[in-house]
Design a protein around this ligand. Structure first.
Ligand code: DGP
Ligand code: NA
Ligand code: NA
Length: 210
């Protein structure tokens, strides 16, 4: 694969809490870097910005925020990275993104009274991914992996609803069985990512959800 030709690819990894997503993002970053690709890792929510700090205290259950208001804050947290993301992509940097608008829709629409279509609206117009990888793990398997239950949303019932919401969006995604070994899952992801990186060339970056 030619290094440095064309724009970077926008790669999203999605999945339930404890699906191994963060581990896989890091392995993917290391792997691509070791082959001299220009690549960066981004994580949403970005808890370091002002909106991110509010989201962080909401998730840690230190603060109550109205369901729709927090939905908009999560979206704002993505919007504030948009220009930087576009600039990186145009400069040939591939972005690996740990969660994106799909998490926004899947988690928020798991709440009573929040419809999927309503939840999609605020993220409309964000850079559209070239590839979405979904790490599929049963919610009971996810729960048996360590550390579950510390933050808001981290309970089996809620995660089941979230899983169903993700399924309503996953037609065009690469759905990977995350129950395999870390290395097997990594190889599968790497193959999809490499072929996406080869295919983006100078194709214009799309916009969600069109
Ligand atoms: P993480 O830092 O990846 O563990 O994500 C924090 C939690 O927030 C996780 O349970 C998923 C959830 N989440 C991520 N993005 C959004 C969003 O846009 N809206 C809502 N409601 N929840 C989100
Ligand atoms: Na989490
Ligand atoms: Na709902």
């Amino acid at each position: 694969m030619a290094v440095g030709s064309g724009r970077g690819a926008l790669i999203i990894l999605e999945g339930l809490d404890r699906s191994g997503k963060t581990t896989q993002c890091k392995k993917l970053l290391e792997s691509l870097r070791s082959h001299q690709h220009k690549v960066k890792l981004i994580k949403f929510p970005d808890r370091t910005t002002e909106t991110g700090k509010m989201i962080d205290s909401y998730l840690k259950q230190n603060m109550k925020i109205d369901d729709r208001a927090i939905h908009l804050l999560f979206s704002a947290n993505r919007w504030e990275k948009r220009l930087e993301m576009l600039k990186d992509l145009e400069q040939g940097i591939t972005l690996i993104v740990d969660r994106y608008a799909f998490s926004g829709v899947a988690f928020s629409s798991a709440k009573k009274g929040l419809e999927l279509e309503w939840c999609k609206c605020p993220d409309r117009g964000l850079p559209k991914p070239d590839l979405v990888i979904f790490l599929n793990v049963s919610s009971s398997d996810a729960a048996s992996r360590g550390g579950y239950g510390e933050e808001r949303y981290e309970n089996t019932e809620f995660q089941k609803t979230v899983a169903n919401n993700f399924k309503r969006m996953w037609d065009e995604w690469k759905v990977i069985d995350a129950g395999g070994s870390i290395d097997d899952v990594h190889q599968t992801i790497l193959n999809y990512v490499k072929s996406t990186m080869q295919s983006v060339d100078d194709k214009p970056i799309g916009e969600l959800w069109i």
